[in-house]
Design a protein around this ligand. Sequence first.
Ligand SMILES: Nc1ncnc2c1ncn2[C@@H]1O[C@H](COP(=O)(O)OP(=O)(O)O)[C@@H](O)[C@H]1O
Ligand SMILES: [Mg+2]
Length: 258
Amino acid sequence: MIKLEDITKIYKMGENEVRALDGVSLHIKPHEFVSVIGPSGSGKSTLMNIIGCLDVATGGKYEIDGIDASEMTDNQLADLRNKKIGFIFQQYNLLAKLSALENVELPLIYRGIPAAKRQEMAMAALKKVGLADKAMHKPTELSGGQQQRVSVARALCGNPSLILADEPTGALDSKSGAEIMQMIHDLHKDGNTIVIITHDLNIAKQAERIITIRDGKITSDIDNSEDMAESSNVKASDIGDNENGKTADFDGTGGDGI
Ligand SMILES: Nc1ncnc2c1ncn2[C@@H]1O[C@H](COP(=O)(O)OP(=O)(O)O)[C@@H](O)[C@H]1O
Ligand SMILES: [Mg+2]
């Protein structure tokens, strides 16, 4: 379903070139739950932008569901994104002036779905994340955890084939983070393909496949499907409430067998 073949991404900064991705080849099958872990600057966001059709590679080939996205125009990429991908960002990316319901509806507007049907779909998605009673609230009237649940509802309501999450728990306390991870597990059980970008080993370990990226190259790609079941039961209390719990887990040494 997702096929990257020898993808490179070079950013030009005046005279200098930054090789953010350096020959990345990666296949992700439908219904897989994959995490991508690596230190800051390793190319995670660049990889996410390419998988999410938010940017195009400098070289190589990218295919999603058999469609070649490497040579697409911005409009074609936007269309592909809207139909196939649900995004969850660290900072929620909700529009402040819109209610929770309107935020969830937004991607459906771009698809040309009529208003009544849109509202019905958005309401069902909010119900699914336990926020039906907050549908008319603006983001500022919601907690961080609730805002991220709205963004999960927005990601799932259009039935995308791929859910792409960039540090989805990075801005949350551990309890809200664990709730969001539980929702991501539920989305996986519902048949979605999940790619989660993180520098938090406790999050990465919850995926059935863990990919490590360093200096723009994939340095390991391991099958974690046996351990995953165990770690998906990890409670917030097991992860720990300390400040380090959220951010300091990727120590760059590839500990814990990764
Ligand atoms: N828009 C950009 N322009 C120039 N350099 C960039 C840009 N985006 C990322 N980079 C560089 O590419 C490398 C990879 O960045 P990024 O993908 O953001 O890493 P990560 O998300 O793992 O922290 C870094 O050296 C970063 O400075
Ligand atoms: Mg990043």
